[in-house]
Design a protein around this ligand. Structure first.
Ligand code: NAP
Length: 266
């Protein structure tokens, strides 16, 4: 069996300084890849992680600030990647955000932000990455979706719509970019305990949550990161356009709990 070896590969992980993204950065670096840690707000976390990764794995690790939903900032980030690393081989579109709101209270701003970060961001980053990958002879784009690309949930109409769009973005890109040696896949986590959902898990009770998951536990960030390094490697060279669920079979057994806040006064 071949080992996963990403030596000489250059990776960029959006939203790479926290949660699932940070573990993806660590695992990619652990397999030998140089890593760019994109952040928007979490500068200190990105810089600390870059230092940790560089010291621990002896790879190049740098933090670059960019709002993935802003085309100018995304273009600038990829120019910097080209300057610092001479191109890119692996893009992980991991940055994401959500709010929980009743559909009848959902403001246009919240809809726009969630769609822009979770869907427009991956489009903008994938386009810039693919332009560099095309010149570099290929690469891989991995979009971190969610079981909510398929499973609806009350209070998450914007998030579910964005992730469903992201799943289709992966499929369309795989079709358009295969002839350039670029593979595109999505990885769809179930319930992974991170800053994004810790409060929600606490609200309903961790025990109860774990009983809803057929494998009997929440996911770890490493469950997602291990899948990403496998997909980024040559071992996954014929996987293209797939949506891979990393959820302990949660999506086959989701309970329709209601995370929505009380309705605002009419
Ligand atoms: P998290 O720790 O809150 O990570 C979200 C990351 O997105 C942060 O590092 C944040 O960076 C970044 N981000 C947000 N807006 C951004 C923007 N405009 N530009 C650049 N970066 C931005 O939560 P997480 O759970 O690790 O989430 C990572 C991904 O996994 C998301 O796409 C999420 O939808 C997906 N996911 C998570 C779960 C779960 O159970 N946790 C389940 C399914 C899918 P800054 O702090 O620097 O802004």
């Amino acid at each position: 069996m071949k080992e996963i070896n990403l030596k000489g590969k250059r990776a960029l992980v959006t939203g790479g300084s926290t949660g699932i993204g940070a573990e993806i950065c660590r695992q990619l670096a652990g397999c030998g890849a140089d890593v760019v840690i994109n952040y928007n707000d979490s500068r200190a976390a990105a810089e600390a992680l870059a230092k940790e990764i560089g010291a621990r794995y002896g790879v190049k690790a740098i933090g670059i600030k960019a709002n993935v939903a802003d085309s100018g900032q995304v273009r600038e980030m990829f120019l910097q990647v080209d300057r610092e690393l001479g191109g890119i081989d692996i893009l992980v579109n991991n940055a994401g955000c959500e709010t929980v709101q009743h559909i009848l209270d959902l403001e246009e701003d919240a809809w726009d932000k969630v769609l822009n970060v979770n869907l427009k961001g991956p489009f903008l980053c994938s386009q810039q990455a693919a332009l560099q990958m095309e010149n570099g002879g290929g690469g891989i784009i991995i979009n971190i979706s969610s079981i909510h690309d398929t499973v609806p949930r009350k209070g998450l109409v914007h998030y579910c719509s964005a992730k469903a769009g992201l799943k289709m973005l992966s499929k369309c890109l795989s079709l358009e970019l295969a002839d350039k040696g670029i593979r595109v896949v999505s990885v769809a986590p179930g319930a992974i305990e991170t800053n994004m959902n810790r409060a929600e898990i606490e609200k309903f009770g961790k025990d109860k949550f774990e009983q809803w998951i057929p494998q009997g536990r929440l996911g770890h960030v490493s469950d997602v990161a291990h899948t990403v390094v496998f997909l980024a490697s040559d071992l996954a060279g014929y996987i293209n356009g797939a949506d891979i669920y990393v959820d302990g079979a949660y999506m086959n057994h989701t309970v329709q709990y209601d995370p929505r806040p009380e309705r605002k006064k009419k």
